[in-house]
Design a binder for this molecule. Structure first.
Ligand code: SF4
Length: 341
């Protein structure tokens, strides 16, 4: 379904500037943005996937991953086709890159904002997650849904590559409770050559969203030989520690995918070493993902090291929250940062 993409403005030269993401597309009549789903038609920028979900599921919120956000709850999760990045390792390339690889075709099941909220409530979800592809490219659809979700008592989560403009964040911030933002690498050449983007805007988004009071967790997928050097892992951890040591960092294992099928999976020891580096740099909450490692998937009190949230089994399968008074360690009373209700 096509809908006006109102996060845009008309330029003096007649082009339309999309204001959703830091690709900053300036488009003439008939042109598509880099994401492949925003197009100028009849002098207006249009979003071609409004109300058209290419993927939807009821997922544990831990799968987003969000570990300090209503632990053990379910998130109604959906996304559309299209993406502003072109990561060669994308796990959802069949939807994210679909328009770019199929002459700007789009597909999806009809899902209005109200229907998304209704399904979330029917499935006893406590949040809606905009995920699978980059949410900011279907910004107006997320905005309308998030607003209705808040009215219904649900929280909202963006699972994102972190390329939102300040204007996009300012606009959705009243309804956006959490973000999981990828730090895909600490190298500009990685972002440029592997993702079709830049590093700096991502770091800026993390800082800006955090400053706005949105709960932020970050994720780094470690890809052997590409972003897994000790130096680079340390640089990511340092960036995050300098910003806020209580921001959770998820380190996740790669498996061969899309245009990087020739790269081997991440060895478990690399993930464990990255975990140690995160801790050495002072991060209070570091987690490993995509390997079975209960000890490094659980939350420990930074005050006394007591196990406060235990996670094991498949992701989100067994979550035992031992916090008392909503956010306190039962052993020493230290407050654990997060969104707990
Ligand atoms: S959302 Fe799409 S059209 Fe808008 S700036 Fe980003 S890539 Fe370009």
């Amino acid at each position: 379904m096509s809908h006006i993409a109102w996060l845009s403005k008309k330029l003096e030269d007649g082009r339309i500037a999309c204001e959703a993401c830091n690709q900053h597309c300036k488009l003439q009549e008939g042109e598509y943005g880099i994401c492949g789903i925003r197009k100028v038609e009849n002098g207006q920028l249009r979003l071609l996937t409004y109300g058209l979900a290419a993927a939807m599921n009821v997922d544990p919120v831990e799968k987003k991953p969000m570990f300090h956000f209503l632990p053990g709850s379910k998130a109604f999760s959906f996304g559309t086709v299209g993406c502003n990045f072109s990561c060669k390792f994308c796990q959802n390339f069949d939807i994210s890159q679909y328009p770019k690889e199929h002459h700007h075709e789009v597909f999806g099941r009809s899902l209005s904002p109200q229907a998304a909220v209704d399904l979330a409530l029917q499935n006893e979800c406590q949040s809606i997650a905009y995920t699978y592809n980059e949410p900011v490219v279907f910004f107006e659809y997320t905005y309308d849904t998030a607003k209705l979700a808040h009215e219904a008592g649900l929280k909202n989560i963006y699972v994102t590559s972190g390329y939102e403009t300040h204007k996009a964040i300012d606009t959705i911030a009243p309804f956006l409770d959490g973000m999981n933002i990828d730090i895909k690498s600490y190298s500009q050449s990685f972002y440029k050559n592997i993702c079709g983007a830049s590093l700096k805007p991502v770091l800026d988004t993390i800082e800006y969203a955090h400053k706005k009071g949105i709960w932020v967790e970050t994720t780094t997928l470690l890809i052997p030989g590409h972003n897994d050097s000790e130096e680079e892992i340390r640089a990511i951890a340092k960036f995050q520690a300098d910003l806020d040591v209580s921001m959770p960092w998820h380190i996740s294992g790669f498996y061969p995918m899309y245009k990087m099928k020739d790269v081997p999976p991440t060895p478990p020891q690399t993930l464990r070493r990255a975990y140690e580096i995160g801790k050495e740099m002072g991060l209070k909450y570091v987690y490993v993902g995509n390997i079975d490692d209960k000890a490094r998937e659980s939350t420990y009190c930074p005050g006394c090291n007591h196990l406060v949230i235990e996670r094991h089994g498949q992701i989100g399968q067994y979550v035992t929250n031992r916090l008392i008074n909503t956010n306190e360690c039962p052993s020493c009373g230290t407050k654990i940062e997060g969104v707990w209700r």
